[in-house]
Ligand binder design. Structure first.
Ligand SMILES: NC(=[NH2+])NCCC[C@H](N)C(=O)O
Ligand SMILES: [Mn+2]
Ligand SMILES: [Mn+2]
Length: 307
């Protein structure tokens, strides 16, 4: 079987506004330098780089009212929402190059609105070391990149939860989280209360990635839009050092490839976030290069022997 993919629009979001550590703002350029667009084109994908969206500079301020840089996070997410919406409406598959993970509020709100209008089911695969389900009341850091899933599920400031016009943008049953190994104490209570479907490292160790992914993809059908939100800190820091909130004991190279291959096999990938690449912490752009390698697999590279 030869797969065909929709046209792809890659856009950059050069900010680290949702984090306390600087540098993810350089992620889009690192991913471009690693050859992301060229790799897609070489695979026969009609991919174009539509450039960067714009937003306010990072004021590097301390948290206030439980949030760091809330106004700036809202401004950047509005820009992401608009760009994602425009590309989805043009029938293209948006790939957002972060930037930190707070930007997934805008991209996923856009995808959710698009799915509602098109009568499509939405499934979000959240690939991450973290659950990103904090709120201002329980966050240990005030960093909004630790809050996007909660915001999307309706927990958070109105300017973020209502970004796409409908609150909540998504419900927890639409989300599957993979690679999780760092959840804060208050956050742990909240993910249980909201019933998030989490495939944590312990579970992956016990049942293996194949079964975990089969379960995470269960129910994905012809009417499903699959959104992958890929925080590179899901990967083990030994192979992906270039990220700001590293957690040991992560996903290895083969497991990561299998995730991408199994997503590719569904044929339902509709949008992608590639976030938290921080070149200031990387070794010779290794993390961006690995991310590009994995995106190639998302677009069918490693399934050659089965075509
Ligand atoms: N997208 C990320 N890298 N998130 C890291 C979040 C870390 C921590 N749980 C916090 O809320 O501060
Ligand atoms: Mn993370
Ligand atoms: Mn994250």
């Amino acid at each position: 079987m030869t797969r065909s993919y929709p046209s792809v629009s890659v856009f950059g979001v050069p900010t680290d506004i949702g984090a306390s550590r600087r540098g993810a703002s350089m992620g889009p350029e690192a991913l471009r330098v690693a050859g992301l667009v060229e790799a897609l084109v070489a695979r026969g994908v009609d991919a174009r780089d539509v450039g960067d969206v714009q937003g306010p500079r990072n004021p590097m301020a301390p948290p206030s009212g439980g949030y760091r840089h809330l106004d700036e996070v809202v401004a950047w997410n509005r820009a992401v929402f608009d760009c994602s919406t425009r590309e989805l409406q043009a029938g293209r598959l948006p790939i957002m190059l972060g930037g930190d993970h707070c930007l997934a509020i805008g991209s996923i709100a856009a995808v959710a609105a698009h799915c509602r209008a098109a009568g499509k089911r939405l499934r979000v695969l959240w690939l991450d070391a973290h659950a990103d389900f904090n709120t201002s009341a329980i966050t240990p850091s005030g960093n909004i990149h630790g809050m996007p899933v909660a915001c999307l599920c309706g927990l958070g400031p109105e300017a973020l939860t209502g970004l796409g016009g409908v609150t909540p943008a998504i419900t927890p049953d639409q989300v599957r989280q993979i690679g999780i190994r760092s959840v804060d104490p208050g956050e742990k209570r909240l993910v249980k209360e909201y019933g998030l479907d989490i495939y944590d490292m312990r579970y992956i160790d016990e049942v293996g990635m194949r079964r975990a992914m089969e379960e995470a993809l269960e129910g994905v059908d012809a009417d499903t839009h699959l959104h992958v939100s890929f925080d590179v800190d899901m990967l083990d820091p030994a192979i992906a050092p270039g990220t700001g909130t590293r957690v040991p004991g992560g996903i290895n190279y083969r497991e990561a490839q299998l995730i991408m291959e199994m997503v590719a096999d569904t044929g339902r990938l509709g949008s992608l976030d590639l976030v938290e690449v921080n070149p200031t912490l990387d070794k010779r752009n290794a993390t961006a290069k690995l991310a590009v390698d994995l995106v190639e697999s998302l677009f069918g590279k490693s399934t050659l022997m089965r075509d």
